[in-house]
Write a protein that binds this ligand. Sequence first.
Ligand code: PGA
Length: 259
Amino acid sequence: MSRARIVAGNWKMNKTFLEALHLTNEITSSLDKTLKNTQVVIAPPFVYQHTIGSMLKEFKTWAHLGAQNCHQAEKGAYTGEISADMLTSVGTEYVILGHSERRQQANETAQLLAKKVDTVLSKGMKVIFCCGEPLDIRQAQTHNAYVAQQLNDSLFHLEAAAYENIIIAYEPIWAIGTGMTATPEQAQDMHANIRTLLAEKYGQALANKISILYGGSCNATNAKSLFSQPDIDGGLIGGAALVAQEFINIIKTCEQVVK
Ligand code: PGA
């Protein structure tokens, strides 16, 4: 089953403007004309969206601009917020939603995320929807049910057709930024669980088409063992996306892995 392979770099709150331009240049110049199977998403902070989007245009067959958040409302009196129309007007194609840092630090609830998903999709952008359990849930062995609930609460209100623009990222919270990667088996088990949930809700044909990315301390060393799993279609990369050569090597691994 061939699905879109995707590697997305979530820069979080890192890099100054010049550093951001430099990193983008390194990635695009090194990878241009080398990728056939893999789509790359770069998700810098909001203030660099326009500039980096312009830089990526030349590489649009494989490189795409992503944002790390988006407000649910159309527009209005929301000081400090960014709307979906603002993002599309500067060329943003993907929005990361449901990241555990925003669920925890910005108190984003499942219900709010469902609204954000609707808003982003209604403006024609793609959603990278993050799910994943905290350590105590993993230890209690209830992680499958926990992630099922997250999908149920924020995604499963969608019509099947909407899934053309949905990518799911499984990011166990205990693995994010900790160096404690999920084992390839743990990740594969959860990805298969997510695909089964999609199949139960929308049918196997749709489930087979959805790209499910792994995130959480993924790096150039462990990428191959993760990406060679049958249900892992790429990665959502944090720390390792800030180092050009590391990110490039992860992308090359995704491109070359044989399934
Ligand atoms: P990490 O972050 O790769 O630094 O663990 C992943 C993420 O939060 O998306």
